[in-house]
Ligand binder design. Structure first.
Ligand SMILES: [Zn+2]
Length: 216
């Protein structure tokens, strides 16, 4: 398998992580993929003590945002490392804005980018979020039809930011910041867009399966 770059897009709560995890548990299709967030890549660079990591750490220590050019360099490093190890990479939450997206497409210079969009209606995200319950002990995610965790029996709790107000704010910022990035990327000639609409059952997710099979 060649080394691929996959970018995930979707509103918070669209099920990107869950569907990926389920596919990974069920098939071999994701065995050669690394799923990375910008935060993880930054922490790794800092832990490895790379030049970029040290630069990024200086900002993080001051509690400042790491500038776009540094984030892009860290991501490009991770992409290169993955390619060297014949691994593919799924980036979740990157690029976060237009300058990052432009820097990425410039640097990759024609290399194919697979963009996966997980469309979902706002109402579903809001419903899901306000009914979500979490196990404070093992992290198991459930909903308010259950009182206790089906894995360890602990009483489930609601996260303080799983409210309608907070989720609406998250959806607004997705529309303002992320949707323009998606619009830009799909116009790039080397980008292939796949839309994975919500699946009826997480145990059978033909859309996800077909997409990742096409990369093998
Ligand atoms: Zn539990």
């Amino acid at each position: 398998m060649r080394s691929h770059i996959v970018l995930y897009f979707g509103k918070p709560g669209a099920g990107k992580g869950t569907r990926t995890q389920k596919l990974k548990e069920r098939t071999f299709l994701l065995d050669d993929f690394m799923i990375l967030s910008t935060g993880q890549m930054l922490r790794q660079a800092v832990a490895d003590g790379t030049h970029l990591g040290q630069e990024a750490k200086a900002y993080m220590d001051k509690g400042e945002l790491v500038p776009d050019h540094l984030i892009v360099s860290v991501v490009l490093d991770a992409i290169e490392k993955a390619a060297e190890n014949q691994k593919s990479i799924i980036l979740d939450g990157f690029p976060r804005n237009l300058p990052q997206a432009k820097a990425l497409t410039d640097a990759l210079n024609g290399k194919k980018i697979y963009v996966v969009d997980f469309p979902i209606a706002d109402e579903i995200v809001i419903e899901r979020t306000i009914h979500r319950r979490i196990c404070p002990k093992c992290g198991n995610v459930s909903d308010d039809t259950h009182k206790t965790c089906n894995q360890c029996g602990t009483t489930l709790i609601q996260r303080s930011d799983d409210t309608e107000e907070v989720v609406k704010r998250r959806l607004d910022s997705y529309r303002e910041d992320t949707e323009p990035v998606l619009d830009y990327l799909v116009k790039c000639p080397n980008v292939r867009l796949t839309r994975l609409y919500p699946t009826i059952s997480l145990e059978e997710d033909p859309g996800m399966e077909t997409f990742f099979r096409s990369l093998h």
